[in-house]
Design a protein around this ligand. Structure first.
Ligand code: 5U1
Length: 690
């Protein structure tokens, strides 16, 4: 039994219980954060933490610096004070092309006097904040920013709140002194969620995940940092006095060092790969570049490191950058441009959206000359004027956004943006119901822009997928008055089409044939194609499989509609309003008269399918169908198609040339279906399987 003056003595059994709880909690942290494979539910985890908290409250001497209950501490005096680095935190030289990378490889081999291919570790370069973590005897002592590379800032109190940062390292052979370096970042999905909740609370949002991570680490109150979804990913370490340490045998390569860090409970990047020679480095670049949008984190490049630590030492460093590593940059996702004009576009449902016309800028791998401004509130929030220099961002497939204006560069003749009171296309009055941010043209079907958008949407790939009916042709058809409503499409003749710009006999008859071939759409595509407000692909599918027929959907009241998964009062009201509107009833009647026969949905397939409720990941190329078709077939059977493999994945469907997802699935023992097994599973749906 131990005790401190004034405190009740701590019985040995309690001491042992507290230690067992701590170890248990740390083990679960490791499985959750490092292995990505939680062993217990969040509720059970919270229960363990609560038990430890209760014991520590009863016996305050049990509280130690590395207790999992001590992540969020009080305001700390040390926060943001100077934190000198014993070993300077280097930065990286950049390579902007394949040639730059080949030059790097040549220099490395020349310096080492080697002819054959070098072994390199290839790593995604996360777009976050570099940090240094000091561990003494396995316990986290200090966390610091990079600063100028020699002196950083102490951010221990904030970094302690990050769940994936172990307060105490695990395992037997933890070195007495260890400095770990890595990146603190915010995963993309967590960033979106954070911004949504900040916006809902009327607070300022962050422009990108990097700023969100930086802003979260810069908080004076660790409680705020604790509420932010930050992650740590480690990429290097220095083990002091490693000769006397049993790990030295393992520590011959960077890759093995990463393995050691993982064993001690530190998160590393699972996408790191060891390759031989520069050509394999270039392949890695291509692969990661292609996967960039699917990665759960943002990257701004790829780091190549000589894997052998002795060779690294021989190569050394020059002016703050190592000679044994280089960062190959990926196309920037944020650049500056200038607003040439702001125009207002009218969408399918009459929504009037301001669009910034920009000086062309190369961003995210493409040239961008337009960016959406969403609505007038957004223009006010940005304080955007025509003539302003702006920062634009394009990440993945998303529409380019203006993230901020560069106020200091505003020219004297910059023009304020004025909201239109009349529809810029048809001149009808603009409505903006109180409390709504979106202004709408009141012209409805009279407005050519709404007509055009309705037809464009109806013909689009995810709707009826009518080949040859692209944006330009739709525009011509509406401008020439050949088509008003979507029902009008089915009355088009080759003779009417021929006078249109760039329309030859063959393309005109192909278009008529393609429209003809769209006469028997599956129900969910047809519902989506109608363009009901707030009814996207997923909602259309849910409505189709719930109601089975369009007639049942049209007759449904708001209450019935809200019984459908993910349909709330707003969507239900829009659906109801759409079908109640006489114009829309006329259009649907017109479609039926023109021979369009939407198919009833198979309501039973889902419930009977072995895939119902299963999480499935698609990877590689399938020969029998496109990825979209495979996704659609899976979803029709109730499966959820997700982007990345985790312990919660039920199946990985692996086509030709499946890459790292397959490796991960094997590691996590996720069931892997090759194409024939997958097709067999799909075929069981309609009884054609054996
Ligand atoms: N993945 C990774 N990112 N990153 C950044 N490794 C890595 N290494 C770095 C930096 C600045 O620097 C060391 C090579 C010095």
């Amino acid at each position: 039994m131990t005790s401190a003056p004034g405190n009740p003595p701590v019985p040995d059994a309690v001491q042992a219980k507290a230690e067992a709880l701590r170890q248990d909690i740390e083990r679960h942290n490791f499985h959750y954060y490092v292995q990505d494979d939680p062993l217990i539910s969040d509720q059970d985890y919270d229960r363990l933490l609560q038990q430890l908290q209760d014991l520590e409250q009863q016996y305050p001497e049990l509280v130690t610096l590395d207790s999992p209950t001590q992540r969020v501490g009080p305001l700390a005096d040390t926060l943001f004070t100077d934190a000198p680095h014993a070993v300077p935190m280097l930065s990286l030289d950049n390579a902007f092309s394949d040639d730059d990378l080949r030059d790097f490889d040549r220099r490395v081999r020349e310096r080492l006097g080697l002819e054959g291919p070098m072994e390199y570790a290839c790593e995604p370069k996360l777009d976050g904040l570099a940090v240094s973590l000091l561990y003494s005897n396995g316990v986290l002592q200090r966390a610091a920013t990079r600063g100028d590379g020699t002196v950083g800032e102490d951010i221990t109190a904030n970094v302690r709140t990050i769940g994936s940062v172990p307060l105490r390292l695990r395992g037997q052979q933890v070195p007495p002194e260890l400095e770990v370096r890595g990146e603190v970042y915010m995963p993309k999905a967590a960033f979106e969620t954070l911004n949504r909740s900040l916006a809902a609370a009327g607070e300022k949002t962050f422009v990108n995940p990097r700023n969100a991570a930086a802003g979260s680490l810069r908080q004076k109150n660790p409680r705020i940092t604790a509420s932010r979804p930050l992650q740590l990913c480690c990429y290097s370490a220095t083990i002091a006095d490693s000769d006397s340490n049993e790990n030295s045998a393992l520590e011959k390569s960077h890759y093995k060092l990463l393995g050691l860090l993982k064993g001690w409970g530190l998160r590393i990047n699972e996408d790191v790969e060891l390759v031989q020679g520069i050509d394999a480095c270039l392949d890695y670049y291509q692969q990661l570049h292609q996967r960039r949008d699917q990665l759960p984190y943002e990257i701004d490049g790829i780091v190549y490191k000589v894997n052998d630590l002795a060779q690294q030492q021989r190569l050394g460093a020059v002016s703050r950058a190592p000679r044994w590593a280089i960062a190959r940059k990926l196309p920037a996702q944020e650049v500056t441009s200038r607003v040439l004009a702001v125009e207002f576009q009218v969408g399918r449902t009459g929504a009037i959206t301001p669009v910034a016309r920009l000086e062309p800028a190369f961003v995210g791998g493409v040239t961008v000359s337009n960016a959406t401004l969403h609505n007038m509130d957004e223009i006010r929030r940005l304080d955007l004027h025509v003539g302003d220099q702006v920062m634009i961002r394009r990440a993945g497939d998303v529409i380019p956004q203006v993230v901020k204006i560069l106020a200091e560069h505003r020219p004297a003749d910059a023009q304020a943006v004025i909201a239109p009171r009349e529809c810029p296309v048809c001149g009808s009055a603009v409505d903006q119901p109180e409390g709504e941010v979106v202004a709408r043209c009141s012209g409805g079907i009279y407005c050519p822009a709404q007509r055009r958008e309705a037809n464009r949407h109806y013909a689009s790939r995810k709707a009826l997928d009518i080949e040859g009916l692209g944006d330009k042709v739709v525009q011509l058809l509406v401008d020439q008055g050949l088509v008003k409503t979507i029902a009008g499409l089915y009355h088009l003749t080759v003779a009417e089409l021929l006078p249109l710009e760039r329309m030859a006999e063959k393309s005109a008859s192909n278009l008529v044939a393609a429209i003809d071939a769209s006469r028997q759409p599956v129900l969910h595509r047809f519902i989506y194609a109608l363009g009901i407000r707030e009814v996207g692909e997923a909602t259309a599918k849910a409505l189709a499989s719930h109601f089975g027929t369009l007639e049942a959907l049209m007759a449904a009241g708001e209450e019935q509609l809200q019984q459908v998964e993910d349909v709330g009062p707003i969507v239900a009201a829009h659906v109801r309003q759409f079908f109640r509107e006489p114009h829309n009833q006329e259009i649907i009647h017109g479609l039926a008269q023109a021979g369009v026969q939407w198919q009833a949905a198979q309501r039973s397939a889902r419930a009977e399918s072995p895939l119902n409720g299963k999480k499935v990941v698609l990877t590689g190329t399938l020969s029998a169908m496109t990825r979209d078709e495979a996704k659609e077939a899976l979803e029709a059977l109730g499966a959820k198609v997700v982007g990345s493999v985790s312990a919660k994945t039920d199946y990985l469907v692996a086509g030709e040339a499946a890459g790292s997802k397959r490796d991960k699935a094997e590691k996590l023992q996720v069931e892997i279906l090759d194409e024939s097994a997958f097709l067999h599973l799909l075929s069981q749906r309609d009884g054609s399987g054996d």
